[in-house]
Design a protein around this ligand. Structure first.
Ligand code: SF4
Length: 360
């Protein structure tokens, strides 16, 4: 996962033409007034003061709305502040999110003039049926056109994708991933669709018109996506919404596959599949297996509530599993010893093999 420092400027619902069925950003009033570039610069400086360890890379991010739908003067007022911070060497990059139908050569040229380094497109799905049932107001062609335009400029491209929107299913989710792989963005964010209070989706849910995915299915498909994107070297920079105090049934969450550590669940799922594939590659005899892994992967290997260890024990009949962190092993690579048999698996080898049994 990305470990860069991001200084967020949240501009909820700003520039959006309407409120998407799953989005409750409208509850917070949109800021479509001009920002003061000096204030942005000051906020960046204040934020950096609070950081103890210097990050490898620092970025300013404008999130929460459709940045390029804002009046040009408002976009420029935000960008000027960030651009000054970049010129002063305080930050390395500027990222923002917008709708795919709010991209043109003129728009991207402007963003590049102000030093924008990453444009994230809120694609959600790359299947027209899902986009239309979700009433997104754009189609897959708009995403492809925006992708083509952004690719002409020296800025990175990100896709924000959702699982489980109206009309979505495993087949459509795999289509979305396949088309994403073809489009080859530099990075993706993966979010399971949640039913939030005061949204159209919440009304549809109450009327029985929409059923969210359960957590198990969302984790299952997100693990497939993680495997597929990793194999094709598309960075997955976020999985699941940031846990906030509002994401509780008492506050904003009505229903859906929410988990405060969604990303961790997905990583553990993929790790379990890698371990299972490795142990299945030989016929093994023994009561004990020793799993070696990079110390950073400890929780992924063990799984939530030791689930992975339980599954491995039951599936392969081991009485004991020994866990051995090994600094010499790269992250996501594994070595397993059963009696005198030693097996290794790199993440990339596993994903290649996994790809042959899957769909990407
Ligand atoms: S475009 Fe994005 S921020 Fe705007 S309403 Fe839709 S989901 Fe919410």
């Amino acid at each position: 996962m990305d470990k860069n420092l991001v200084i967020p400027f949240f501009i909820p619902h700003a520039g959006c033409p309407f409120t998407c069925v799953f989005c409750n950003q409208w509850e917070i009033s949109g800021e479509d007034q001009e920002a003061n570039p000096e204030e942005i610069l000051t906020k960046v400086k204040e934020y950096l003061h609070t950081v103890k360890k210097k990050p490898e890379r620092t970025e300013v991010a404008f999130f929460g709305g459709s940045f390029t739908g804002l009046p040009v003067s408002v976009q420029e007022s935000y960008l000027k502040g960030a651009f000054h911070a970049k010129e002063e060497g305080l930050i390395d990059g500027i990222r923002l999110s917008t709708r795919p139908d709010y991209i043109s050569d003129e728009i991207v040229e402007r963003l590049c003039r102000y030093g924008v380094t990453t444009i994230e497109l809120g694609c959600q799905s790359l299947v027209d049926e899902v986009l239309s049932k979700t009433k997104r107001g754009h189609d897959v062609e708009d995403i492809m056109k925006a992708t083509e335009i952004i690719r002409k400029y020296p800025t990175e491209l990100g896709y924000q994708l959702m699982l489980g929107l109206p009309g979505d299913n495993f087949t459509h989710a795999r289509d979305t991933a396949r088309k994403t792989i073809e489009a080859k963005p530099d990075c993706v964010r993966i979010y399971p669709a949640l039913v939030l209070k005061n949204t159209v989706l919440a009304q549809w849910y109450e009327q029985g018109r929409y059923e969210p995915w359960n957590l198990e299915n969302a984790v299952e498909m997100a693990a497939e996506w993680l495997g597929a994107f990793t194999y094709y070297k598309i960075k997955v920079i976020r999985m699941g919404l940031q846990a906030t105090e509002n994401l509780t049934p008492e506050k904003d969450l009505v229903a859906g596959p929410y988990h405060p550590a969604f990303g961790e669940l997905v990583e553990s799922k993929l790790m379990l599949q890698q371990l299972t594939a490795l142990l299945s590659s030989k016929s093994l005899q023994g009561e004990e297996a020793t799993i070696f892994f990079n110390p950073r992967d400890c929780s992924k290997v063990i799984g939530q509530k030791r689930k992975n260890i339980q599954v491995i024990k039951e599936h392969f009949g081991f009485l004991h599993i020994r866990l051995m962190p090994d600094h010499d092993l790269p992250e996501n690579d594994l070595r397993v010893q059963v009696e005198s048999e030693i097996m290794t698996s790199t993440r990339q080898e596993f994903l290649k093999q996994y790809r042959n049994n899957k769909w990407y």
